[in-house]
Write a protein that binds this ligand. Structure first.
Ligand code: SF4
Length: 498
């Protein structure tokens, strides 16, 4: 059975065929592949070279489902098992008005469904990378570089995480050819869960890999902070009470001072008279106590006493017990004020050490998270329906489920079909590229068959799920049980697609 929608233009004289699955239009000799390695010339037939991935709900043992992709078996579908056709390896149609490579009818709980799958070519796509660390990686808006080329920038930090925005149409198409190529290679590797080394102008060298701890300046990051300095005080104030007269939690954004903080006041703590540097926001909460860096709490501080501006002799007293700690508990020191009100390093009392260790215990493992973001609201819709805006509306009405490699996606409100997906929820190796340059990603639209007709779907191209069993390069994998079955309707009680 022919299983590829791209059409080859054979040239009997030379055995060269032209791939028309993308605008590059590679001329491929017999036994060779085109520029993206996705298509090849096998005995004069244009062939998608990678397996076409289909997933099935199959109980492994005692009704337990094994993780998606863990078990692979060659060959045919398991008869009767719920089956979902992914876009992985399905191929691409070009120009877009041709029906998508696979439009497959199936049944879910007595409801006739259809899934339209394709390997979409995304010129408009990028990655949002979340790096769980409070260490300084670079100033906001600084260029992120790979092999010297700018592939993105540092964007707004989130709670306990530094954020990068990588890729996007401007880096793919708006700079030099090398910038576009390196950007595409970087996005492809990160999306396929490979490690990428990058540098940030005015910042750190990083190694980032989806689902793995980041490496910052050669150091493996292990802990994501428990919270900002103020939040850390809010959590642990009661546990410190009676064991220390003052606790300063050092943090690049909000450094907390316990006796001034509302938490200390609630505990009737006496003002300790220690004033930290920086700008006082509200009682016990200070901004900009130091510069960002890779020291204590994401600051450049290596000696915590440097953030103490002054000690008020009218309030402080000899013997005052001071704990200074970072928001991960990795750095901590204990001091006692001498007769001159100078902090003297002192061995940490056991009871305080327990709480410092508890800060570490409450940190989560630091990870890098890679979210693929792309616009599917453009011409690829023509492979689904002759009336593309109806597909967009049906997505908006939650009548059409959008998935990538079977993984759930978040679709942004507003116009278009702008989606985001965690690449670690997709099968490994889901992504490809074409040298235009652009990223190729699997996408599936699943809706009721009757709704598919109403939105102007390519009903003539619908084939039954049983018919795909004859495809030689089919790869069947077991479905994981972590997310909703992608072949189910989104709504049971619903409005019409019209
Ligand atoms: S880059 Fe790939 S998809 Fe595009 S024409 Fe060449 S072989 Fe075909």
């Amino acid at each position: 059975m022919p299983d590829d929608s791209a059409q080859a233009a054979p040239n009997p004289a030379t055995d060269i065929i032209t791939c028309d699955a993308c605008p590059v239009l590679c001329r491929i000799r017999a036994g060779r592949t085109g520029a993206c390695d996705r298509y090849g010339n096998l005995d004069g037939v244009l062939t998608r070279m990678d397996p076409f991935v289909v997933t099935q709900k199959v109980a492994e043992r005692d009704g337990e489902l094994v993780p998606f992709g863990e078990q692979v078996w060659d060959g045919s579908l398991i008869s009767g098992a719920p089956t979902f056709v992914t876009g992985i390896g399905s191929g691409t149609t070009y120009p877009d008005y041709k029906p998508a490579p696979f439009i497959v009818a199936s049944e879910h709980d007595g409801v006739d469904m259809v899934t339209v799958v394709s390997e979409a070519i995304f010129s408009y796509c990028g990655l949002k990378v979340k790096i769980d660390t409070d260490r300084f990686v670079g100033p906001e808006t600084a260029a992120v570089r790979v092999a010297g080329e700018q592939v993105g920038h540092v964007t707004t930090a989130e709670y306990g995480s530094q954020m990068l925005s990588l890729g996007g149409v401007r880096h793919l198409t708006g700079g030099s050819k090398k910038e576009g190529t390196v950007t595409c290679d970087t996005m492809l590797a990160l999306s396929n869960r490979e490690a990428i080394e990058m540098t940030i102008d005015g910042g750190a060298e990083l190694t980032v890999q989806a689902g793995k701890p980041p490496v910052i300046g050669g150091k493996l990051e292990e802990r994501m902070r428990v919270g900002c300095g103020s939040a850390t005080i809010g959590i642990f104030a009661k546990q410190w009470h009676g064991e220390a007269d003052e606790v300063i939690v050092v943090d690049d954004h909000i450094t907390g001072v316990l006796s001034e903080h509302q938490a200390g006041r609630f505990l009737d703590m006496k003002p300790a008279g220690l004033r930290v540097r920086g700008r006082r926001s509200t009682p016990g909460r200070y901004f900009q106590v130091a510069e960002p860096g890779t020291g204590w709490g994401g600051t450049d501080v290596t000696d915590p006493l440097t953030i103490i501006d002054k000690i008020d002799p009218k309030k402080a007293w000899p013997g005052l017990r001071l704990l200074m700690v970072s928001t991960t508990g990795e750095d901590a020191a204990f001091f006692v004020l001498d007769d001159d009100l100078e902090p003297q390093p002192t061995e940490m009392p056991d009871k305080l050490q327990v709480v410092v260790e508890r800060i570490g215990e409450n940190c989560e493992p630091a990870l890098s998270t890679v979210i693929f973001m792309a616009g599917a609201g453009g011409s690829l819709r023509a492979g689904v329906t002759e009336n593309p805006v109806r597909l967009t509306r049906s997505v908006r009405q939650a009548l059409t489920r959008v998935t990538c490699g079977g993984a759930p996606v978040y679709v942004w409100p507003g116009g278009g079909i702008t989606l985001m997906v965690d690449v670690t929820t997709m099968p490994e190796g889901s992504f490809g590229y074409v040298p235009t340059p652009a990223i190729v990603a699997p996408i599936e639209f699943t809706l009721r068959l009757d709704d598919y007709g109403k939105i102007g779907g390519h009903l003539d191209a619908v084939r039954k799920v049983e018919e795909i069993a004859g495809i030689e390069r089919l790869k069947t994998v077991r479905w994981h049980a972590r997310t909703d079955w992608p072949g189910a309707p989104l709504k049971t009680d619903r409005e019409s697609a019209e």
